[in-house]
Design a protein around this ligand. Structure first.
Ligand code: ZN
Length: 415
């Protein structure tokens, strides 16, 4: 090989190496607030309080075979299947004194025919997806030496079948907590109302508590909130829209130490606020990442998924949003499951401020991408920030949008 030919090949090789990272970088990069991270207080204001101990429980519930188009709109070309089965996370929260414990959501029960109301059994039997559950959360607790009698409350984010578990498996000393308007919408239940999705047995012999956010007004960010344990360690947030009385929650995972300049950290439990990150990200506060190809794994985790030919970058994802008729700097999709779309969107928008805060880890009930990254019960999740869990999973959903973003940017490559 002559020196000229050699240098030609070297430069060709260099070009090929550089190109994938360069090809998508057309257009002006817009302002990234995270370059000079705004103080979290201004993004999502949370009063001072003590910290809770938080565990993410794998309820063992898995929903398989539901399609993105069942949950999200508009349709994203190429995103036809979820790469992971949908888990249904439950959370165990304990106050700092250790005398108050609550569960936020329960997944589902393993024995559908005994546990669910006939209406829900019919839904599961005729659905195009499959739902499976191995264990009751109460048994997962017992196996790990947590006495069910120590659980003061089960909080339902809402009462859909994949969140309610079976509260009747808990001692009567455990309260069942629901959101505003829930009783009016769901009582009387089965068997008085044979078509009710929920059963009287869930709260027979125990307190059924409906949260009233107006009683003791408190704001967390833009949400009406309730200090559930009374020590600032665990708040319930009024986040309606997906269903009547839908609530999210916020637990303080670490509190500021005087000798260090740390901020408090939080886990935000999202219930069914969203089902996929594309419903909440990006936002004006958290734009698509620059050099997206470096920030998410540009390779599908499941071999079945068709890999994009290249990793699209920021401008490709923005162009996809525009192509789909969306704000280039807003979420790519909207939810399709709701009782009130305006409220559902408002609850998502209020949560975007939390999601933009690097000291808040937003985890919705079916956040599949966190599986394998976060520690699960009986381990604690309090050190999520130190362990970098949020950063590891934050943009991984872009994998689902990558095939569509790649195609759009191929069309618009001349920009
Ligand atoms: Zn759900």
């Amino acid at each position: 090989m002559s020196p000229t030919t050699k240098s030609f090949f070297i430069s060709l090789l260099l070009n090929l190496l550089i190109q994938p990272f360069d090809a998508w970088a057309c257009g002006e990069h817009h302002h990234h607030p995270h370059d000079n991270e705004a103080p979290t207080k201004r993004l999502f204001d949370i009063p001072k309080g003590s910290s809770a101990r938080v565990s993410i429980i794998d309820s063992t519930a898995r929903l398989r075979g539901s399609r993105p188009s069942d949950l999200l709109t508009p349709y994203i070309p190429g995103f036809d299947n979820f790469s992971h089965p949908s888990p249904s996370w439950s959370f165990l929260v304990e106050n700092s004194k250790g005398d108050k414990r609550a569960l936020f959501d329960l997944g589902g029960p393993p024995n559908f025919t005994e546990s669910y109301s006939p209406a829900i059994q019919r839904v599961i039997q005729t659905a195009p997806w499959t739902f499976s559950v191995d264990k009751h959360v109460v048994d997962i607790l017992r196996e790990n030496r947590v006495n069910p009698a120590s659980i003061g409350s089960i909080v339902w984010s809402h009462s859909h079948f994949d969140h309610i578990g079976d509260p009747s498996t808990f001692p009567h000393s455990t309260d069942l907590v629901v959101g505003p308007g829930w009783k009016a919408a769901f009582l009387p239940a089965y068997p008085t109302d044979p078509d009710s999705p929920v059963k009287d047995a869930y709260w027979q012999g125990r307190n059924l508590v409906e949260i009233d956010f107006t009683k003791k007004p408190l704001k967390i960010g833009a949400f009406s909130a309730l200090d559930f344990f009374g020590d600032g360690s665990f708040y319930l947030l009024d986040a309606p829209g997906h269903s009547v009385g839908h609530m999210t929650a916020l637990a303080r995972t670490t509190s500021k130490r005087k000798d260090r300049d740390d901020q408090d950290t939080f886990i935000y439990m999202g219930g069914d606020l969203v089902h996929h990150a594309s419903e909440i990200r990006p936002s004006k506060l958290v734009p698509f990442p620059r050099n997206a190809e470096h920030k998410y794994p540009c390779r599908p985790t499941k071999p079945k998924t068709k890999p994009p030919t290249r990793c699209p970058g920021t401008e490709a994802f923005r162009a996809l949003n525009v192509e789909l008729g969306r704000d280039p700097d807003g979420p790519t999709t909207d939810p399709t499951l709701f009782v009130n779309f305006t409220q559902a969107k408002q609850s998502i928008e209020k949560t975007q401020a939390a999601d933009a805060s690097e000291n808040v880890f937003v985890i919705w009930a079916h956040y599949a991408e966190i599986e394998g990254t976060v520690d699960l019960f009986p381990k604690f999740a309090n050190d999520w920030k130190k362990k970098g869990w949020r950063d590891k999973v934050f943009w991984s959903y872009l994998m689902d949008l990558a095939p569509a973003a790649t195609n759009v940017s191929l069309l618009e490559k001349k920009c």
